[in-house]
Design a protein around this ligand. Structure first.
Ligand SMILES: [Fe+2]
Length: 357
């Protein structure tokens, strides 16, 4: 039986030439954990090759050193996601783990400050930058498809919104070009920079929720009027938290407007149509899609096709969406929320994701 003192990690996460600050173990045939690499020692390529030849699929770390392992993953994320030998689903796990930690730390460090800490902004930028190629490549759609139906947790939701947003925009460069139209050139370097900043906006879209109590965020049942008023402040709080940060204007505006409805009636300003920035319109779609297809304490996850049907507002009977008594009222009648042109493109994109399921 495996010892609960140790945690399995994928050997592909260990980058040759790196200096992990944690001990690495292998499991012998007779079930003993044998020290394979000391903390602080360089892991050589030959060592890793020998390990691969000997056949074990996993290596182990002491659970007490988990924080050091997580710091290591964040530092080496770019190399890990770039490595040839590691399967995509393992890369996706590493990406989700690092991303969840970065978002969680961003929320926690910002709470006392009232704004986003400069270090948290830098870590978020680095995270998106290091994961951009992996996310944007079409072979990351398969692990992305597996994320549909997971639990809705604030930090994981942020990671999924980042992933969906970047993958969607990568498939639709015409939208990407509209995001920052004031810039004179749109070459590959510019495209990459905008994509990165869109990812930053996506991962931080709910950062203003640091000011909303957990009791309200996790309430199992309908919110009362006051609770709704508190929830509705989070886009403005998020915008305010980033005002003095080194983020482009379109990143902050998208955070401010991610609950505005294309046909009016959203919050905080009840803005309409193209006065809502295009990135905010994209985030509105991705945010709702992920919320509907995630499992909540009070409702089951909807399948992707059903969520898309509600978002489009054209159920199979051709009339209003069916009134399922168990359905969250916030999931009904959503047609007025979205820019139809973008929603159509998103549904085409979902078709590509679903084909990987
Ligand atoms: Fe939000």
């Amino acid at each position: 039986m495996r010892d609960t003192k140790y945690m399995a990690i994928p050997p592909g996460a260990i980058i040759p030439g790196s200096l992990p600050k944690f001990k690495i173990y292998v499991l012998s045939r007779d079930g003993r954990y044998i020290l394979w690499a000391r903390d602080g020692n360089e892991v050589k390529k030959e060592q890793l090759n020998t390990l691969a030849e000997s056949g074990p699929q996993e290596v182990f770390i002491d659970l007490e050193e988990e924080i050091r392992y997580e710091e290591y993953l964040e530092t080496h994320l770019g190399n890990i996601l770039d490595s040839q030998g590691m399967p995509d689903d393992q890369k996706a796990d590493v990406f989700s783990r690092v991303s969840t930690n970065v978002v969680k730390d961003s929320f926690e460090t910002s709470l006392g400050l009232g704004r986003m800490h400069d270090d948290a902004v830098r870590r978020t930028q680095a995270l998106v930058s290091h994961s951009l190629i992996f996310i944007a490549e079409s072979n990351s759609l398969k692990p992305l498809a597996k994320m549909i139906g997971h639990d809705y947790k604030t930090y994981e939701h942020a990671t999924k919104v980042l992933w969906f947003t970047v993958a969607f925009l990568r498939c639709n460069p015409d939208i990407l070009e509209e995001i920052d139209p004031g810039f004179p050139t749109f070459d590959e370097a510019r495209k990459k920079e905008i994509l990165k900043q869109c990812g930053v906006s996506a991962i931080l879209h709910d950062i203003g929720k640091v000011f909303v109590s957990q009791d309200i965020l996790n309430k199992d049942g309908p919110l009362d009027a006051l609770e709704w008023e508190i929830i509705k402040r989070h886009p403005l709080s998020g915008f305010a938290m980033l005002v003095d940060s080194e983020t482009p204007d379109f990143v902050r505006k998208a955070i401010l407007q991610h609950h505005e409805d294309f046909h009016g009636g959203g919050y905080p300003m009840s803005a309409k149509g193209e006065s809502i920035t295009i990135l905010a319109r994209v985030l509105r779609i991705v945010d709702v899609f992920d919320a509907m297809t995630s499992r909540r304490p009070y409702k089951e996850a909807l399948p992707a096709a059903k969520a898309a049907q509600i978002m489009v507002g054209t159920p199979s009977n051709g009339n209003e969406p069916e009134k399922d008594p168990k359905e969250d009222p916030r999931d009904r009648g959503m047609k007025q929320c979205f820019d139809e042109r973008l929603l159509r493109k998103f549904i085409v994109f979902l078709g590509k994701v679903s084909s990987q399921m």
